[in-house]
Design a protein around this ligand. Structure first.
Ligand SMILES: [Zn+2]
Length: 465
């Protein structure tokens, strides 16, 4: 009885709304308008600002950009950005939204899906409020968080998860307890956050499973690491056939592989196997730069690895084996920055924080600062915007969740992911929300004061004007 009543009232409502819509069909198709006026534009690619310009957003895209005022409807939202810089929303190319730390063994032993989900939800909101309208996740997250963000259930950036880390036994994605026998299920494997892959068949099986679970690209651990238990950072983890198997599966989905690669030989082998995104890539040199150009590949590097106080970090300092690894890694990685200046390659922004929301907020702000310290404002702004947009599109036409427009640029037709910065980042880079300190820094505000407005997909999430 109840059901019938509900059904008939729904039918009535539908016919009623059809009747009222008939007279106003034209209005129905009009998209909401937001006009930014008198803004100085950094468009994501050029080493300049377009001063005193106008940008019209219609729906979720940029409809026009002009040096003169743009006609809008009476119901348009007008934002006066005098003295402000309008930039594309920032893009983080290497985060781990699900991994709250404090250590990998602690997460393996004591963390449930609820802990991971709650942490991921809070991280997603924090990233957006730091100005990041897009985040690529480099391992440990499947499609659920993106579904919730895109459905508007929670607040967060556009999101490109990689599914489970794919790595060899004893490699950088082996988070199992020391005593865990080969092949035994782990907390991470049950939740498809990390999978042990020791053959071409394993790689293919779990790579396909990642796409099934909502990954937009794959993450393969091609080198060892510093703060992981069983692997020297110099480890060459996967055979060319195994890395190639990941690339083969990714290509069947029209997507690509990102590879955690420290050592020169690992980077070159990954590129030869068809990997499109080198993660960290600390032993980058001119030969690698040339091969990247030939292959159309990108590199993303966390510059905190070159922080002068790296050896003082608690997670490194407190574990003797990690400290020893960090010392030898620092010595081996010393040429990264000079080499990147000598033979530049398209470089995406990455923070790679595993830890609490407050700690990651601090690390992101510090990573922004180091980019400017090492490479200057223009290179840093490009890294934070258009290069990240190009990396996002590597996920291809089928797996890219946002395939209708460009990301990371201010141009006609691009997605309306927009920030207003309170000042000129070419003169004072701190307006992007930098932090001067990493460990020992005070808790940072929910959103930097200098980021006056945050728009994602045409929707305003912060407006301090
Ligand atoms: Zn990482």
């Amino acid at each position: 009885m109840k059901k019938t009543l509900l059904a008939s009232s729904l039918a009535l409502m539908t016919s009623f709304s059809f009747a009222t819509e008939e007279g106003s069909a034209a209005q129905e198709t009009q998209l909401p308008q937001t006009l930014f006026q008198n803004v100085d534009i950094f468009n994501g690619t050029e080493d300049k600002l377009y001063e005193d310009h106008f940008v019209l957003v219609e729906g979720n895209k940029i409809a026009s950009i002009s040096a003169k005022t743009i006609e809008v409807r009476d119901d348009a939202v007008i934002i006066d950005g005098s003295g402000k810089t309008l930039t594309p929303g920032f893009i983080e190319n290497h985060a781990h939204l699900m991994l709250m730390g404090p250590t990998l063994p602690a997460m393996e032993s004591n963390t449930t899906w609820e802990d991971f989900a709650i942490h991921g939800t809070r991280m997603a909101e924090m990233y957006l409020m730091q100005g990041f309208t897009t985040v690529r996740d480099a391992g440990g997250a499947n499609g659920g968080l993106r579904r919730a963000i895109d459905a508007g259930e929670i607040v967060g950036p556009r999101y490109y998860p990689s599914g489970a880390f794919l790595g060899t036994r004893g490699g950088h994605a082996d988070f199992a307890n020391y005593t865990a026998p080969v092949g035994q299920e782990t907390n991470f494997s049950r939740l498809n956050m990390a999978q042990e892959v020791d053959s071409v068949a394993d790689v293919k099986k779990y790579a396909r499973n990642n796409f099934r679970m909502g990954a937009t690209q794959l993450k393969y651990m091609q080198s060892g690491g510093v703060v992981s238990a069983f692997d020297p950072w110099q480890l060459l983890a996967g055979s060319p056939e195994e890395v190639g198997a990941a690339v083969e599966v990714a290509n069947t989905y029209g997507s690509y592989v990102m590879a955690h690669s420290y050592r020169r030989e690992a980077i070159l082998a990954a590129l030869e196997a068809g990997v499109k995104s080198i993660e960290h890539g600390f032993m980058f040199d001119c030969e690698i730069s040339d091969l990247m150009k030939e292959k159309g590949a990108y590199i993303t590097t966390n510059l905190t690895a070159f922080d002068p106080n790296l050896l003082e970090i608690p997670a490194v300092k407190s574990v003797p084996s990690s400290l020893a690894k960090a010392k030898s890694a620092s010595a081996a990685f010393k040429d990264y920055i000079p080499n990147m200046k000598k033979c530049p390659a398209p470089r995406g922004f990455q923070t790679d924080c595993v830890g609490s929301v407050d700690a990651c907020n601090i690390q992101i702000a510090y990573e922004k600062k180091l980019n400017n310290d090492f490479f200057g404002a223009y290179e840093s702004l490009k890294t934070l915007t258009s290069v990240g947009g190009e990396i996002a599109t590597l996920s291809g036409d089928f797996m890219n969740p946002y395939p209708d427009a460009k990301l990371g640029v201010i141009e006609k037709g691009a997605y309306a992911d927009i920030l207003l910065l309170d000042g000129n980042p070419f003169e004072d880079f701190s307006v992007v929300g930098t932090g001067d300190q990493w460990f020992g820094a005070d808790k940072r505000p929910e959103s930097p004061e200098s980021i006056a407005l945050i728009m994602k997909d045409g929707v305003i999430y912060k407006n301090a004007l």
